[in-house]
Design a protein around this ligand. Sequence first.
Ligand code: BGC
Length: 271
Amino acid sequence: MPLITEKVLVGQRALITGGNSGIGAAVARAMATAGAKVAINYVSNADAARVLVNEIRVAGGDALAVEADVSREDQVQEMFQSVIQTWGSLDILVANAGIQWDAPFTEMTLDQWDKVLAVNLTGQFLCAREAVQEFLRRGVVPEVSCAAGKIICMSSVHDIVPWAGHVNYAASKGGLLMFMKSVAQEVAHQKIRVNGISPGAIRTPINRAAWETPDAEADLLKLIPYERVGDPMDIGHAAVWLASDASDYVTGTTVYVDGGMTLYPGFREGG
Ligand code: BGC
């Protein structure tokens, strides 16, 4: 995996929800390598957050860990206040925290539905609202970035690919797609950019069962035309680009980082 070498995010402060594992941790590493200060949010496994903060500091970066359940308004507000107080402001939000709690549709409990929607969709609303308020308060600082702020909503290929057995998750991501576009439309004139990243199958704890045995991985690869499971840093690179001024004219769009999973691979032959 090639490393980010250009410090395109120097002077910027990023908050990454769910930054202590999987895709979020890779985004934190990538943004720190690109020169940003990174606040790593976590709701459980504080040790993983601390270890990552330490790793980034040892490598010469600046990082802190901040606890909050993104589905709780009071905790989200406290988290933003503490990061903004520490670093003066915020330039980038990566709304990444997400969960799966799968069940066949007829067996899905209201709790399973509510919890997944609360974290994956309401959590994005609560965090993005705080971020936009701060971006508007501060406005554009041209030495730092062309934009007053950037939001990256971590979605999934399942914002457009239906997913049996995962109705709550797919509904949350489908909702997130329209959430992202509507916020982007509302705040573009205020020089705030809002985009999505939709990962395909990335090798992380959330989908361990899909890749951990050779048989499972072989089945998974049938869905991926590029014939490899994604690496978390594939998403890290896309996030750095979307947060940097290199993508200054990009807003309200989704980058699918999925090895072609959304290309209807079953149609390569036949149809
Ligand atoms: C899910 C993974 C899944 C991938 C591709 C992701 O959004 O969290 O479990 O492997 O989509 O289906």
